[in-house]
Design a protein around this ligand. Structure first.
Ligand SMILES: Nc1ncnc2c1ncn2[C@@H]1O[C@H](COP(=O)(O)OP(=O)(O)O)[C@@H](O)[C@H]1O
Ligand SMILES: [Mg+2]
Length: 309
């Protein structure tokens, strides 16, 4: 079964698709069979980054049942190392109101793809679609720039994803809790309080749901002054979401990135010695280390972590 890695950012325009395209190419160069999936509904453009202007088929074909096999829409890109892309879909009625069953079907099919690593660009925003596509993964990457609005949007995204993850765990267990979906929660604690006044088993279940949820941060367009924001973000997430964040790497602000995009090539291909390309080399190594390390998720946490509102 492939390892699924989702890449999110909360805010758009911070370099998420650029990260997905470069990481994908580097991981394929390192011998991994990689498929990129563009789940940025309404803003799908990964194909453009590779100079594929008219994809022969896209996720729309899958959602409308024109194609039943995801493999058929995983197109080989013209990159030196074999890399495939499942192009995204436009903003259509069917995608805007994507039924749960269609999402489930997509997730089932993704897990059956013939690949080692699937990199999912989940798009911007905090809609249920985006959160659910993000949470379907085995590993979570988050991209932010030093811009305070990007940091805050990422914080909001991870907070909502954590709440959604905990809620889903309760929903899977207790159909009556379906009503919870219609409520607005600001924190994991509020969810816990709504579910049985934080009973012992409720806390344990929430803890368990969050146990494997440790997004790794990629900082893009870095400048030396950015450090303080990162620390702040990590602190906020630890304190208010109960989830830890590791930093996978920093990509510098680099004009060669913009030039590479104009040439429809990932910067690691366009200019392998560019500062951004060198940073990607290190990040790709770190991604490989991350997916290769054994993940031990205890049945029940030994000591409940503090989750505060
Ligand atoms: N490290 C960087 N240095 C310079 N420009 C960058 C860098 N990363 C991204 N950009 C610019 O930001 C734009 C948006 O990137 P993109 O990957 O499309 O963002 P997103 O997918 O998050 O919306 C790119 O077209 C590029 O011009
Ligand atoms: Mg994008």
């Amino acid at each position: 079964m492939p390892t699924i890695i989702s890449v999110a950012s909360g805010k758009g325009g911070v370099g998420k698709s650029m990260v997905v395209s470069n990481l994908g190419l580097l991981l394929s160069r390192k011998g991994q069979r990689v498929i990129l999936v563009d789940m940025d509904i309404g803003g799908a453009n990964l194909h453009i980054l590779f100079g594929m202007f008219h994809p022969p088929s896209t996720l729309t074909d899958f959602f409308t049942n024109r194609t039943t096999n995801l493999e058929d829409i995983a197109h080989t890109l013209g990159t030196p190392s074999p890399l495939r892309l499942i192009p995204g879909t436009g903003e259509t009625l069917i995608t805007a109101n994507l039924q749960h069953a269609k999402k489930k079907r997509l997730i089932r099919h993704l897990k059956k793809l013939d690949a080692d690593i699937i990199l999912v660009d989940v798009g911007a925003g905090t809609s249920y679609h985006t959160l659910d596509f993000f949470l379907l993964a085995d590993y979570f990457l988050a991209v932010a720039t030093p811009d305070p609005t990007s940091v805050i949007d990422l914080y909001r995204f991870i907070k909502l994803a954590a709440i959604r993850k905990v809620l889903t765990a309760f929903l899977a267990r207790d159909p009556i809790a379906e009503a919870l979906l219609n409520k607005d929660f600001n924190s994991v604690t509020e969810v816990l309080e709504a579910v049985g006044r934080t009973s012992e088993s409720g806390i344990a279940l929430a803890e368990q749901a969050l146990m494997g949820f440790q997004p790794a941060l990629i900082l893009n367009r870095m400048t030396p002054k950015a450090r303080i924001n990162t620390l702040h973000l990590r602190h906020l997430l630890k304190q208010y979401v109960g989830t830890d964040l590791s930093v996978l790497g920093n990509i510098p602000e680099d004009p060669l990135v913009q030039q590479s995009i104009l040439k429809y090539l990932p910067v690691v291909e366009f200019s392998p010695n560019a500062p951004a390309a060198l940073a990607f080399d290190q990040i790709a190594e770190n991604v490989l280390k991350l997916v290769k390390q054994p993940r031990t998720l205890p049945e029940t946490p030994e000591e409940p972590r503090k989750i505060r509102a």
